[in-house]
Design a protein around this ligand. Structure first.
Ligand SMILES: *Cc1c(COP(=O)(O)O)cnc(C)c1O
Length: 241
């Protein structure tokens, strides 16, 4: 595939959006007394074509994320010549663990023990080492054992220990999405406290993936090392087909 041309209007649009997002990260970092270089921008490319991934890579983006294996696997294949780190951020079924483990460098959505087992087995069989983040459900009203979109805070320590002990997986840290209807700063403060607890037992688990297009400032203020940005970079998502 030919390299993107900077005169291409979509590439120019992405370049402008990227500059604006980098500016927001820099401003938030400086307001928090942090070095902006501590914050990695992960471009969430779900629903957008593989050629947008190529455009973003040509503009200096190093990390991309997908949330569905059916979309992530072919997009990765179309872009596997690019020097990118691939993150998986969606709800993951056990029967997709092997496919995701074949192309993801980071699985951010590890939220239950059977998934730890499945990812570990797949990584070992494929001869890969995966970074794994424990996804935390920050919704204070989440029912115990609901398992949708993250482990409950009380379950993080045990799940993290299982990841740390699993061959083929490296416990890299925590990920969360701020719940709707709550001040993201309050939710991210709870996440930061969990991350500090985690680092006491696992000093190398330093990744804190938090913040999206609408709340990256609050996440950077709370110590996020990774922000996952979709619509502010790529535009509003086209409807799913
Ligand atoms: C889609 C998605 C994002 C990006 O959301 P935007 O609001 O478009 O920036 C971040 N994290 C996860 C887990 C997502 O599914």
């Amino acid at each position: 595939m030919s390299a993107p041309d900077s005169a291409d209007p979509r590439t120019a649009e992405l370049a402008a959006n990227l500059a604006a997002v980098r500016q927001r990260i820099a401003a938030a970092a400086s307001a928090a007394g942090r070095d902006p270089a501590e914050v990695t921008l992960v471009a969430v490319t779900k629903t957008w074509p593989a050629y947008d991934v190529r455009r973003l890579a040509s503009l200096g983006v190093t990390d991309v994320a997908e949330n569905r294996d059916q979309e992530g696997a072919p997009k990765h294949r179309a872009c596997d010549d690019l020097p990118l780190r691939w993150h998986f951020v969606g709800q993951l079924q056990r029967n997709k663990a092997r496919s995701v483990a074949s192309y993801a460098d980071v699985v951010e959505s590890v939220d239950r023990l059977p998934l730890v087992t499945a990812l570990s087995r797949a990584a070992v069989e494929l001869g890969r080492a995966l970074d794994a983040l424990v996804q935390v459900n920050l919704d204070p009203a989440a029912p115990a054992g609901s398992g949708r979109g993250g482990a409950l805070p009380a379950d993080v320590t045990g799940l993290a220990a299982a990841v740390a002990a699993a061959p083929g997986l490296r416990l890299a840290g925590l990920m969360a999405v701020a719940p709707l209807g709550e001040d993201p700063a309050a939710a991210f403060a709870r996440l930061a406290a969990l991350a500090a607890d985690l680092r006491r037992d696992h000093p190398a688990a330093a990744v804190l993936s938090a913040g999206m297009s609408g709340d990256l400032e609050q996440a950077v203020a709370a110590g996020a090392t990774h922000v996952r940005v979709g619509s502010a970079l790529l535009g509003h998502r086209p409807p799913l087909r």
